[in-house]
Design a protein around this ligand. Structure first.
Ligand SMILES: [Zn+2]
Length: 270
C-alpha cells in the first residue's frame, strides 16, 4: 500500500515537474532553436532518507484552563508564558505543509522551527490559544474530532472556519475519537476519516491533509491505510515507523511545565 503511494507520489510529482520544466524550456530556446538539457528534478525522499533528517520539535496541547491538575491541561497563564518564551527565544512556527516539503523535498525551514498542535476541538483553542499565537506571529495546527461540532465546551463550525481563515491549519482527529487500530472495515474508515475529512473541507474551504491519531496510537496496517487519505499523520512520543515515517510523525504533550522546562524537553525529545 505504502509502496504504491510512494510510487504514485513520485510519479505524479515527477510528471508535474516535467510538464513545468517543459513549459519553461519552450519559452527559453537558444538562438539555434534548441532547448537546453532538462533541468534537475528534485526526487522525493524515500523512507530511510526521511528517517535520517533531523526531527522538528512538535508540541501538543489539549485543555487550556484553570483548576485542573492533569497532564492534558495547562493554565492560560502558563500557555501564554510558553508562547511568549518561544517567541523571545527566536523560534518560528511552521505549518504541516512546510514540514512535508522539508521531509519529502528537502525544502528549507526557518531558523529554530517548531510546530504547535492542539487536539480535541476544545473551545479555548479558538478563544484563548489562537489569539495568543497570532499576537506572536505564530500559526498552529488544530486537530478536530468532528462529533463535537457546536457542542458545549467545543468549537462551533464558524470558529473552526475562523481558524483556517486566520492562517492556521485545520486537521482531523477522527469522528468520535475511536482508536484507528479498531477500524477493521471500509465502513469504519468512511465514518472516522473519509466523511469527516470531506465535511471539514466544506467548513474550512481548504484541503484537510493532516491527521492526529486518537490517543496517539496506530499500527503498521492503519498507518498504511492512513497514507491513502492524508499527507502526514501524527503520533505522540512513541517511536516512528521506519517504513512509514510520514504517517508516524512524533509529537510531545506539554503539561504544566515552566517555559524553560518545555524548551529543554523539546531539545531532548527531538
Ligand atoms: Zn484526542
Amino acid at each position: 500500500m505504502y509502496r504504491k503511494f510512494i510510487f504514485f507520489t513520485l510519479f505524479t510529482s515527477a510528471s508535474i515537474l516535467l510538464s513545468c520544466n517543459k513549459a519553461k524550456q519552450e519559452s527559453k530556446q537558444n538562438p539555434e532553436g534548441q532547448t537546453d538539457s532538462i533541468a534537475t528534478i528534485a526526487p522525493a525522499n524515500n523512507a530511510a532518507q526521511i528517517m535520517a533528517k533531523p526531527q522538528v520539535p512538535i508540541i501538543c496541547y489539549h485543555r487550556i484552563e484553570n483548576g485542573r491538575n492533569d497532564e492534558y491541561t495547562v493554565t492560560p497563564a502558563s500557555f501564554t508564558n510558553h508562547i511568549k518564551t518561544l517567541a523571545d527565544s527566536g523560534f518560528h512556527s511552521i505549518s504541516p505543509d512546510q514540514l512535508y516539503d522539508y521531509l519529502v523535498y528537502n525544502k528549507t525551514l526557518p531558523e529554530k522551527p517548531f510546530m504547535i498542535t492542539f487536539d480535541d476541538s476544545r473551545v479555548e483553542h479558538s478563544k484563548i490559544a489562537a489569539p495568543i499565537l497570532e499576537k506572536y506571529n505564530f500559526r498552529g495546527v488544530f486537530f478536530i474530532m468532528t462529533i463535537t461540532y457546536n457542542k458545549k465546551n467545543y468549537m462551533t463550525t464558524d470558529q473552526i472556519a475562523g481558524l483556517a481563515k486566520a492562517g492556521h491549519t485545520v486537521g482531523l482527529h477522527s469522528w468520535d475519537h475511536t482508536m484507528v487500530t479498531k477500524y477493521d472495515s471500509l465502513t469504519h474508515w468512511q465514518k472516522q476519516v473519509i466523511e469527516p475529512k470531506k465535511k471539514l473541507e466544506s467548513i474550512t474551504g481548504k484541503p484537510v491533509e493532516y491527521f492526529a491519531y486518537p490517543y496517539g496510537l496506530c499500527n503498521k496496517k492503519s498507518a498504511a491505510e492512513m497514507s491513502k487519505y492524508m499527507k502526514l499523520a501524527f503520533i505522540l512520543s512513541t517511536k516512528r515507523d521506519s517504513v512509514q515515517p510520514l504517517h508516524t510523525v512524533r509529537r510531545m504533550i506539554v503539561p504544566e511545565w515552566t517555559a524553560q522546562g518545555m524548551i529543554r524537553a523539546m531539545k531532548k525529545s527531538f
